[in-house]
Each structure stands twice: as C-alpha cells, then as structure tokens.
Design a protein around this ligand. Sequence first.
Ligand SMILES: [Zn+2]
Length: 482
Amino acid sequence: MSSGQQSVTALKKFTNFTNWFDELLLNAKIADNRYPVKGFIVYLENGAYIIEKIKRLLEEKLEKTGHKLMYFPLVATEELFSKEAEHIKGFSREVFKIEQREEKGAERILIVRPTSETIIYPMFKLWIRSHADLPLKIHQSVNVYRYETKATRPLYRVREIPWNEAHTAHESPSDAERQVKEAIEIYREVLEELGISFLLLKRPDFDKFAGAVYSIAFDAWNPDGRINQVGTVHNLGKNFSKAYDITFEKKDGSRGLVYQLCYGFGYSRVLAAIIAQHGDDRGLVLPPIVAPTQIVLIPILFKGQEKEVLEYSREIYAELKDIWRTTLDDREDITPGEKFYYWEMMGAPIRVEIGPREVLEGIVTLTRRDTLERLQCNRSEIVKEISQLMEKISQNLREKSKRMLYQMILDCRELEEAAKAVDNKNIVRAAWCGSMDCAQKIKEHVGGEIRGERYDVGEHPDRPCIACGQQAKTIIYIARAY
Ligand SMILES: [Zn+2]
C-alpha cells in the first residue's frame, strides 16, 4: 500500500476553482449549499467544528486584551438604525426587516442587524459616564444578516454571516489609534496560526465602511484570483458618538465625545480561506490547530495477523488520543487504500499506518498530508516525532501560502497589461493618482477594483498613475473580490 496511489478525483483547484470548492464542501462535510433559501447554508460537522475552533482562537486573544464578552439583541428599530447618515446609506438596501404588529393594530418595522453599531451604541451612551469608564471594549460572536443582491457563494458571500464583532470607545484619538494597532495584531496572530496569508490594506475612501473615518482590511488570496476579505478594522472617529450622543466627563471636568472603533472577523470566510489556500486536488489540507481529526490511525490487516496488528494499533491509539484528536479507522468494510483516499480528502494532518511489518519491527509509518512524505520512527519516539511533524506542517502551510500570495502579485504600468493580469487571476500592483475619475477608469478597463494601499508597509510610487499618466500618490492593489 503506497501513498503514491492515483487520485481518481478530477477536481482541479487552480483551473476550476468553483467546482473544486463546491464538491469539497459537501464531500468533506464542511457545508451543504442545498438549503432551499438563497444565501443560507447548513454547516456540516467539519465546517461547524472548524468554525468553533477559529472562534475560540480569536475569542481567547480578545479576552486576554481586555475585550468583554457580551450579547446584544438581533434587532433595532428603524429609527435607531437611521441615526448615522452615512451608515444608513451604506446598509439600507441590504437589511432584512421584520414587520411587528402591535396590539392596537399599529405596525412597526424592526431591522435585523447587518452589523451592530446601531444596536450597541445606544447602550454605550448609558454606560459611559466619565473617563474612568474608558476604554470600553466589548465583543460578541453572532450571525449578522445581509440581503446580498450579488450572486451568493457558500462561505464567501452568504446572507447569514457568522462573525465576531468588537466595539470599543476611547477618550482620545491617540488611544483610538493604539486600538487600531491592537486589533490588527489580534487578527494577524489568528490568521498566522491558521497559515492564512493576506494583504493588509487601507481601503480607498470610496470603499471604506459606511460611517468610518478609515478602514483597514485583511484581504486573503484565493486560487481564482479573487480577494477574500476575512477581517476589517474601522476607525469610526466621532461619527457615531456624535449621532448617538455618547459623551464622557474628561479629567479636567469638561465633556467630550468618545472616539470609537469597530472590527469584524468573518468566520465563514476564514474557513473558506483555510480550504482554498491550503487544499489541493486530493482534498482538504487542514492546519493541525483546527483539524477535527489531527491523526488518523489505519491498521493494515493481513489474513492470520489481524489480531497482532489491531492490538498494536489500539495501544498506539490509547497513547495518542489524550494528546491529539485521534481517530482509529478500523472499519472492516473498506480497504486501507480507500481509507487513505478518504482521510486525504478530509485533510487529516498525519496518517499513521500499522501493518505486520510495523508490529514485527516495533515501528510506525507516518505520512504528512501537506507534502505526502512518508517516514518511519520507533514506537517509543512516536509522541516526539508527531509533535515535531505537527509544527513542521503548520510552518510549511504558512510559508507555502505566503509564497503563493507574492507569486500572484504582478506589477503593472498600463491598464491593458493590468486587465490581462486580472484575467489571469493575478493581483495587480500599480500606481494611482488618487482621483475618482481614474478609479472609475481602472474599474472599467481592468475589471478589478482598487482594494487599497499597504497599511503595514510604506510603499512610495516610483511611476506615474496607471490611468492618467500624471503624478501618482500611492501604490495600490487591484483585484476582483468576493
Ligand atoms: Zn490618475
């Protein structure tokens, strides 16, 4: 039984991403897209499990940095929702509404949260009295609802969005700026632990969050060249505290408006990025930290030696199961080859094979899912060996994903060249003068959108604007997006 068996699947991650992804969602028990309401999906056992793991990773970091876990209601009144003018303009067309019939026949419309600023900030107004109440940092992991008018895609563009949203209030702009950095660091750490690579971009003004002063986005790469925005951090300045009248007494006794931030981390999109960035034509390749099964043990039974092999397998299973999420696949109705195939599709990071030879020599055979490399080690070394292998797998996934991101970025100086690059599933790097006319021209000619400029790295334009040839202000990234 060799790990070099031919995969019979015709799935092709880079040439036919959509089919590859959709088939894998169902086959690997991530999600079922056949629920009969458009834009709503069922999360199956592995999808729900991985999301729960991502959620715990994130929430632990949020709580360590002083964010308090709370839960706010699902609904707001239309009046509450309409207080911040830009915000209502940005979201009004995609809200779900509930018609509420009062006793005397009067009707009222409730808004189902598309995001929770309008639900949380009236409470901030009640809670914040003085500088001693600041900073206030809260978070919740909930579903938000957006009536997407664009074509929906499972995990990427859904109408019921599982995410974490955090909201903070501060006494000064510099405190708010510090919070932007802390939020970015939290999201960056989680994504790095998952091996997901991304561009950290400051969105152009025309694409910032409705009601924000500026928005920073985590744009993960995708095999089809489209950007998958997995997280955003918004500095709201005083826009919402003005609208909701959230004031505090300063140290000098005067009153002022608080400075606010909100930031969101999309669980289903992060799950999509794990699948899309690490998976291959055999199926999922899961980072050990979130894999529902981290180790699968497969006994290879030969007539007459079943007993010894099974006993040895069970001993090793007993040794591993308290340290890692381990499955002993001792199903009798399928062959070891079929099990290999199945667990490769499921993305289990390490496979342990045990046959008569392993029993005889007191060894085990290990196979890494990420590289399909096989190695053998003594039974007594198995825990040490697997610990090191898990570390290597995580690191390899992270590095491989980062290399792919930088391979996808293509420098372009002409619109035509940029259009070709976007067609070819690249992310374009170009210079822009900052004018709306040119942004429009780029969108029309290139077929991708300006996603923004690097936030973590200062990049200075060394060439004229790609659209008008005049002096450029920034280096921008252009891509199609989900
Ligand atoms: Zn220009």
